[in-house]
Design a protein around this ligand. Structure first.
Ligand SMILES: [Zn+2]
Length: 369
């Protein structure tokens, strides 16, 4: 939760152009607006934390502001509309997102609770006449977590959107949004930031203290500023240090490794996406370790930091470790990484991964045939 708040503050100070790294999308909307060809419904997709929601909010302010600049796509920032949007009290700006304690966007958000069905909720409110200007804008965050009931209600609105409405759905990927919803939206993709630009941004925003840590965060952040802010957590790097030290042991204590990895996943809270990301990180750290070990065993230069270099040097000292072993470990980890998104429970695949790694690294004399 802390990371989210922090991320919001980070984006808040950014102008449209350049900094957010989505100039192509800005340009696309600028042209659509200039030609008066805005769609009624948009689907924004991209990795978590790349700024989809922030972009949607900024676009909403522009669409609602009567004095917005069509060339820069910037709202005036001074009118009633802009002030109310900034304060979160704009009557024509509707926002829906998943409550922190829920896994789905519940039907109540769209059509009201049982006692007020069809008299409240986003599908009702978007049909009301604009209060301030001539538009109403709705932003639906976490649209990949619509359940069937909610999706069906929303679908009716998307089939016949009110003439004055613009509805923006934000989701992590197009595949995770129901096809029926998808087909009614104009699809806009948000890519990640290049890691060099991201590292600079992390320094500028004070997320990282020095260039080395900025580059390290950027390397793992998959182009996402939000993700980088999340990774700027000492807990993550403490875990990496312990993981690397444990991976350097021979034989591998797969039970202890799985326990500490699962504890690390649990620290992310209950949200499935955050837990999956931590699971991925465990595997990414392991891959990094085995790759560095391969290079060490071949006397190839590595760009390892102190923790990694130390762990690799200790691992390489064990007799019976041959170059093929860490290569097989990288393969096994890469395979796990490819499947992380399919697993619901980290509790099953993480222990299996460490068991397999321990088996691969067993010296030939003790290996069972
Ligand atoms: Zn304005």
């Amino acid at each position: 939760m802390g990371a989210c708040g922090r991320q919001r503050v980070l984006f808040e100070n950014m102008a449209w152009q350049g900094v957010v790294g989505h100039d192509d999308v800005v340009e696309w909307f600028r042209r659509s607006m200039a030609r008066n060809r805005l769609a009624h419904t948009y689907l924004f997709t991209g990795p978590p934390g790349v700024g989809k929601r922030t972009f949607a909010e900024r676009l909403a302010r522009t669409l609602l502001c009567p004095a917005s600049d069509r060339h820069t796509l910037l709202p005036c920032g001074q009118c009633d509309s802009c002030r109310q949007a900034a304060a979160g009290t704009h009557p024509d700006l509707l926002m829906v997102s998943k409550p922190p304690d829920r896994n789905v966007l519940a039907i109540e958000l769209f059509v009201g609770g049982r006692d007020h069905r069809m008299q409240q909720g986003l599908c009702h409110d978007i049909g009301l006449k604009p209060f301030l200007g001539h538009r109403r804008v709705a932003i639906i965050d976490d649209a990949h977590d619509l359940n069937e009931e909610s999706a069906n209600c929303l679908l009716k609105t998307l089939e016949e959107p009110p003439p004055h409405s613009v509805i923006i759905l934000c989701a992590v990927s197009q595949e995770r949004v129901l096809a029926t919803i998808r087909s009614r939206c104009q699809w806009i993709r948000f890519g990640g930031l290049p890691s060099e630009a991201l590292a600079k941004l992390l320094l500028k925003q004070g997320v990282a203290e020095d260039r080395e840590s900025a580059e390290r965060l950027a390397a793992y952040a998959e182009g996402s500023l939000g993700r980088a802010a999340e990774l700027a957590d000492p807990q993550v790097w403490q875990f990496r240090r312990e993981l690397l030290a444990a991976l350097a042991e021979q034989p591998l204590n797969s039970v202890a490794l799985a326990d500490s990895a699962l504890k690390f996943v649990d620290q992310a809270g209950r949200e499935a996406v955050a837990r999956r990301r931590r699971g991925k990180l465990v595997v990414q750290f392991a891959i990094e370790f085995y790759r560095a070990l391969v290079r060490w065993l071949c006397d190839a230069p590595t760009s390892a930091d102190a923790d990694l270099a130390d762990a690799v040097a200790r691992a390489a000292r064990h007799s019976g470790i041959s170059g093929e072993m860490p290569i097989a470990c990288v393969d096994r980890c890469t395979d796990a990484l490819d499947h992380v998104d399919r697993y619901v429970h980290q509790g099953a695949w993480l222990p299996a991964l460490f068991d397999d790694l321990a088996r691969i690294l067993q010296p030939a004399s003790t290996a069972r045939s």
